[in-house]
Ligand binder design. Sequence first.
Ligand code: SF4
Ligand code: SF4
Length: 300
Amino acid sequence: MSFTVPSAAKGSHEWRAGVKALGSPAWPLCNLAIMLFMAGPYRDLNELLKDLPDEIEMESVCYPSARALLSRYIDLLTPFESYKPEGPVDIHPGNVPPEVEDSEGNPLDPMEAARAWIKQKVLERELERINSLLCGPCQCILCCIGPEVDARQFFFEIPLSPAEVPLFDIPVRSTKQTRASSPEDEPPLRIHGTPFYLSQPAIYEWQKGWSMILTREARCPNLTQQGSCAIYGDRPLTCRRPQVFPFIVECRNDKNLTNLSFRDTILAVWDCPYVRTLKAEIIKYAHLCEADIIFRENKA
Ligand code: SF4
Ligand code: SF4
């Protein structure tokens, strides 16, 4: 099933706001703020924020409301306050940037690791917002259904946190066998003698954590006949995530958030109609964020 962006969508307020946000990413401003903060006489980032002009132009992008844009992300930059001699001695445990390795497995300098970690967080937050703006007008349900009957893949996986599992009225499989397996195993986990992905859609507890498996032609139990999400306000984190993902740092162990490596890459899923329509804008977004861009098909 291939979705295209309806022409009426492009005139909507949400679509235009999403495209505008792609053209003026927050990361260059955040990076500028980090540099000014580290070099300037500021005790905290809010002091810097007050000092910034409303309009800033950089790299051919004009930010007419730079302060307002930056204020959406300033809380993510606070780890840098602890790098100043006059900064806070204690830093909230949730704000301590983890260690990050380069592509050869060598640890990055702590400040560079912090910058990479913060860049990941800024892009995650911004792209989630952009996704919400662009996805709605597309009237597309591709993220909520399994692969087509003749697709290369047998299933579509939606990772879940333990707290999100009860949101779905669907069988839950959590056994010693599932907890010792992963969806990619060859041979695959078998349920009643057949590969799990030929069984009915279900939620599994795998070795790496929970996920919902949508088998070929299956629909998420929360997808209404009208094509909307019945739990939209409470939908899981994965469903809020965009089809343009930041991989500035990649976590090689999802469960424990350890083994981070620096990738500085953005991945855009080509199946998504707004990704195909806005290819040039997404390339420019990545360029302005000084990240590489990869387009890849997910369901084929
Ligand atoms: S929970 Fe909602 S958004 Fe997520 S897959 Fe199901 S219908 Fe789609
Ligand atoms: S994020 Fe893209 S692929 Fe997923 S439902 Fe929205 S428009 Fe479709």
